[in-house]
Write a protein that binds this ligand. Structure first.
Ligand SMILES: NC(=O)c1ccc[n+]([C@@H]2O[C@H](COP(=O)([O-])OP(=O)(O)OC[C@H]3O[C@@H](n4cnc5c(N)ncnc54)[C@H](OP(=O)(O)O)[C@@H]3O)[C@@H](O)[C@H]2O)c1
Length: 173
C-alpha cells in the first residue's frame, strides 16, 4: 500500500495563510489534486479540510474518502465519506482490505503530521506556489521526527509554480 501526500505550499513551506482563503492556489495544483484523487480512488483528509471542501469540492463521487474526526456520528455529505477516529495504521489496513493499492493524503497539517509520525508515508508531492506567508500553517507540526527524502522528479507547472516529488526514505527519530 503506497501512501502519498499531495499538498500546495508557499515558497517558505506553509500550507495556508492566516486569512485561510485558498486564492493563492494555481489551476495546475487543482488539476493535480483531481488527477491523483481519481488515480488512487482513496483520499484521506482531516475534518477541517473536509469542512472546506464539502459538499461541492470533494474530489471523489465513488471510491473512498476517509475523514479523521472524533465526531464519528456526524452525517457525511455523500455516501462514500467515512468519518473515523482510527489510528493511521488501522486506516491504511482498512483501505488495503478494500482493495486499494494507493491512497493520497490531501491535508491538513494535523492529518499529515499523524501519518508522518506513524512512518506510513511513502511519497510527498509538493506544489510550491509563488507566495511567501508571514504566518500560517506548517506542512507538519508538533513532531520531533527527521526524515531523509530522495527527489524523484521536479516539474515546472507554469511560469511561477513548481512541483517537487519526493520519496520518503529513513526516519531518524
Ligand atoms: N495547501 C494545501 O494543499 C492544503 C490542503 C488541505 C488543507 N489545507 C489547509 O489546512 C488547514 C487545515 O489543517 P488542520 O491541521 O487545521 O486540519 P485537518 O488536518 O484538515 O483537520 C483537523 C481535524 O481532523 C481531526 N483529526 C486530526 N487528527 C485526528 C486523529 N488522530 N484522530 C481523530 N481525528 C483527528 C480533528 O477533527 P475533530 O475536531 O472533528 O475531531 C481535527 O480538528 C486549512 O486551513 C486548509 O486551508 C491546505
Amino acid at each position: 500500500m503506497k501512501i502519498i501526500i499531495y499538498l500546495a505550499a508557499s515558497a517558505n513551506g506553509l500550507i495556508s495563510n492566516n486569512r485561510n482563503v485558498p486564492d493563492w492556489l494555481s489551476p495546475e495544483y487543482g488539476a493535480g489534486f483531481m488527477a491523483i484523487s481519481q488515480r488512487t480512488q482513496a483520499v484521506i483528509m482531516g475534518k477541517t479540510t473536509y469542512n472546506i471542501l464539502s459538499p461541492d469540492y470533494l474530489p471523489l463521487k465513488e471510491g473512498s474518502l476517509v475523514v479523521l474526526t472524533h465526531d464519528t456520528n456526524a452525517t457525511p455529505s455523500q455516501s462514500n465519506v467515512l468519518f473515523t477516529s482510527d489510528s493511521p495504521e488501522k486506516i491504511v489496513a482498512a483501505l488495503a482490505s478494500k482493495g486499494h493499492t494507493e491512497a493520497v493524503i490531501i491535508g491538513g497539517t494535523q492529518t499529515v503530521s499523524a501519518f508522518m509520525k506513524a512512518g506510513l508515508v511513502n511519497e510527498i508531492i509538493l506544489v510550491v506556489e509563488p507566495v511567501l506567508f508571514g504566518s500560517g500553517l506548517l506542512f507538519v507540526d508538533d513532531a520531533d521526527f527527521e526524515y531523509q527524502l530522495a527527489l524523484l522528479d521536479v516539474k515546472k507547472l507554469n511560469n511561477n509554480t513548481i512541483q517537487l516529488h519526493y520519496e520518503v526514505k529513513g526516519k531518524r527519530i
